[in-house]
Write a protein that binds this ligand. Structure first.
Ligand SMILES: C[S@@+](CC[C@H](N)C(=O)[O-])C[C@H]1O[C@@H](n2cnc3c(N)ncnc32)[C@H](O)[C@@H]1O
Length: 219
């Protein structure tokens, strides 16, 4: 059983499975408990590709971060980040400022414990479906006038039609300064989400499970 970081001990409910800890289990992480693993194994019986899909998304995140970093970006906003381990943003972008955003209390508690000693990375507990509020959040440490990358990796499935996913993506796209980036992976076409942005490389790549992923730059 993994050790619950001391400072997170009173905030982590180990009796109920958590989406972020299940995801961590599929990624091969250590921030999960018996209840998460039991749930994860049941889900795999129904959807055998789940671990592969999680790893494909995380591999895409790593490539997207490196791509933006190599283009000079030193600020990242990771929406619906999950637990920041197993090749997360700060592990791939040395010296960059990183804001991880998640609304789940367990994820935030783990994240804050893990990121102690990482002065450039922080976790903000917020709902990414409210871009105006998030971008003006008191804990937002990114300089939004300088290039930054918005990462929406495997999170749009948490945005139902009533919350207008295309409008949500457009709001983050509009907030980007020149040379900012938007990286999206989604289990559906992503082209319409990135209209008007210059597509890097060869355009959207096909992921497992009928999904797509893309990195786009604001010119
Ligand atoms: C699939 S998991 C992690 C995916 C992660 N981006 C990655 O690439 O590995 C999705 C995460 O999004 C978070 N989440 C879902 N809806 C959210 C919302 N409206 N605002 C903030 N976080 C949300 C969940 O708590 C969960 O940790």
């Amino acid at each position: 059983m993994p050790a619950v970081p001391v400072c997170a001990r009173y905030e982590v409910d180990v009796r109920r499975p958590s989406a972020a800890r299940i995801y961590d289990y599929y990624l091969g992480g250590v921030h999960n408990f018996a209840v998460d693993r039991a749930f994860a194994k049941q889900a795999v019986r129904i959807e055998p590709e789940l671990p592969l899909v999680s790893r494909a998304n995380r591999a895409f995140l790593r490539r997207a971060v490196r791509h933006c970093y190599d283009a000079g970006v030193r600020q990242f906003l990771d929406l619906g980040s999950g637990i920041p381990t197993c090749g997360s943003v700060h592990e791939n972008a040395p010296g960059a400022r990183v804001v991880y955003v998640d609304q789940d209390q367990t994820t935030v508690a783990f994240g804050r414990a893990i990121l102690r000693g990482e002065p450039d990375a922080r976790v903000v507990q917020a709902d990414f479906r409210c871009p105006g509020r998030l971008l003006n959040h008191p804990e937002m440490t990114l300089d939004l006038d300088q290039p930054f990358a918005v990462l929406m990796i495997d999170v749009l499935r948490y945005v139902d039609e009533a919350n207008c996913p295309a409008q949500l993506v457009a709001a983050y796209r509009e907030a980007l300064p020149p040379k900012g980036f938007l990286a999206i992976s989604h289990t559906g076409p992503v082209d319409s989400f990135v209209d008007g942005l210059e597509i890097a490389g060869d355009g959207p790549v096909r992921l497992l499970h009928g999904g797509y992923a893309v990195v786009a730059r604001r010119s």
